[in-house]
Design a protein around this ligand. Structure first.
Ligand code: NDP
Ligand code: 2IT
Length: 444
């Protein structure tokens, strides 16, 4: 790391000493942008790094709710409104027991860059709670969501901050959150995205992150004159992003052999078919079951741990941050993996990324490859403002174009001979847009 990068990072470390995930996300960006700060002193003179790494507003609040045994439970709620230089804060809500300020700040920070890459007018934010929706009744989930929104509603709105889903927040939670927001504000506006189609949602929003991830990987493969056809694909996770990454990869002729959850992974050597995937949709979205049930039903293997030791051509990490470390990267490389496209946010550890880049395989960071979800959320905002809705075909065309433009931006700023550094490309392309917008708007 250069002297300047180290100095800039030390400032951030000093201010945020107990936030490892946030510092991990910031370090990657600072390393990539330091050379351009040395060349163009405007950014240093504007103190842009310190300004960009400090959230504009962080809200932390109590969420009391009553469980099915009539006991009062208390969770902690958060919203990090990180940067509004190019639009209202935009980003998901995560409900998971691991949620803390460091995790939400890393997610919100990444979101600023991701949202800039979409080319749409959205700033960066993220929120959530340490509430665990697993094993809760619908009534308990509703009670929690209503209490969460009682407080959050004071800080969001269609022109201010527009939350959506993330881990543990799917269509059911979005429904309860939106219902309560509408009740409190007496307004039907697009203050939340990921809504069901019947009441203002966008066609293809559920599919968008996974489909977008595969579209991005298609562009990467194309630079090597390769496609998904007949490739073996390993996917982690079995939630929203994993399901639709799997669906699109199958449609393109690939053989997907794994899905996982926090208990372990299934290995289906014959490949997950469209019909078998229907069972995963039912299992995960309705029954709230475990992925092991897939192995029991289709008579295939289930293993504890992570799927990265499985031989494959393409890996799509779609579960959570830091789920793929250096040893996993080595396993993947040893087994011939040539493309890694992140559906999750920051799933690969920094040394795993270095291993992929040293091996010169295709590797895309989530801020580029999973941007299709938030991009389609921004399309949902547009449709809400227009009070109309576009067909699936129209949304899919826009999504494809956006993913292709993000790929172009990564190539523009990341190409080095015949190697494309997608991390550098994504960070620099986004940085220029955000930093220039901040400078245009004065000391804010
Ligand atoms: P879901 O809640 O639908 O699914 C999450 C999946 O990841 C589940 O299979 C879950 O397993 C697994 N998982 C979660 N935490 C862990 C953990 N600590 N260890 C192992 N497995 C874990 O979430 P999404 O599919 O929406 O999100 C997945 C990733 O994609 C996240 O990183 C999210 O930030 C990112 N993302 C999501 C977008 C969206 O539109 N939804 C957009 C862009 C990125 P289990 O059920 O056992 O917990
Ligand atoms: O990480 C993400 O981009 C999301 N969870 C989706 C955010 C959104 O506003 O749709």
């Amino acid at each position: 790391m250069s002297k300047l990068a180290n100095e800039l990072l030390n400032q951030v470390r000093k201010k945020n000493p107990n936030e490892p995930e946030f510092l991990q996300a910031v370090e990657e960006v600072i390393e990539n942008i330091a050379p351009l700060l040395e060349n163009d002193t405007t950014y240093l003179e504007s103190n842009i790094v310190e300004r960009l790494t400090e959230p504009e507003r962080t809200i932390i609040f109590k969420v009391p709710w009553i469980d099915d045994n009539n006991r009062i439970q208390v969770n902690r709620g958060f919203r990090v409104q990180f940067n509004s230089a190019i639009g209202p804060y935009k980003g998901g809500l995560r409900f998971h027991p691991s949620v803390n300020l460091s995790i939400l700040k890393f997610l919100a920070f990444e979101q600023i860059f991701k949202n800039a890459l979409t080319g749409l007018p959205i700033g960066g934010g993220k929120g959530g709670s340490d509430f665990d929706p697993k094993a809760k009744s619908d009534r308990e989930i509703m009670s929690f969501c209503q209490s969460f929104m009682n407080e959050l509603s004071k800080y969001i709105g269609p022109n201010t901050d527009v939350p959506a889903g993330d881990i543990g927040v799917g269509s059911k939670e979005i429904g309860y959150l939106f219902g309560q927001y509408k009740r409190l504000k007496n307004e039907f506006t697009g203050a939340i995205t990921g809504k069901a189609f019947n009441w203002g949602g966008s066609n293809l929003r559920p599919e968008a992150t996974g489909y977008g991830n595969v579209y991005f990987a298609q562009h990467m493969l194309k630079t090597k004159k390769e496609t998904f056809k007949d490739k073996t694909v390993v996917i982690s996770g079995s939630g929203n992003v994993a399901q639709y990454s799997c669906k699109k990869a199958i449609e393109l002729g690939a053989k997907v052999v794994t899905l996982s959850d926090s208990s372990g992974f299934i290995y289906d050597k014959d490949g997950i078919t469209k019909e078998k995937l229907q069972f995963v949709f039912y299992l995960k979205n309705e029954k709230k079951g475990r992925i092991k049930d897939y192995a029991d039903k289709f008579n295939c293997q289930f293993f504890e741990g992570k799927p990265w030791g499985t031989s494959c051509d393409i890996a799509l990490p779609c579960a959570t941050q830091n789920e793929l470390d250096k040893n996993d990267a080595k396993e993947l490389l040893k087994n011939g993996c040539m493309c890694v496209s992140e559906g999750a946010n920051m799933p690969c550890s920094p040394d795993a990324i270095t291993a992929f880049q040293n091996a010169k395989i295709l590797y895309a960071p989530g801020k580029a490859s999973n941007a299709g979800g938030v991009a389609t959320s921004a399309l949902e905002m547009s449709q809400n403002s227009l009070r109309m809705s576009w067909s699936s075909k129209e949304v899919d065309e826009k999504l494809k174009l956006i993913m292709s433009q993000i790929h172009d931006a990564c190539v523009k700023y990341g190409k080095n001979g015949d190697f494309i550094d997608y991390v550098k490309g994504a960070n620099i392309a986004a940085f220029y847009k955000i930093a220039d917008s901040m400078i245009d708007q004065g000391v804010v």
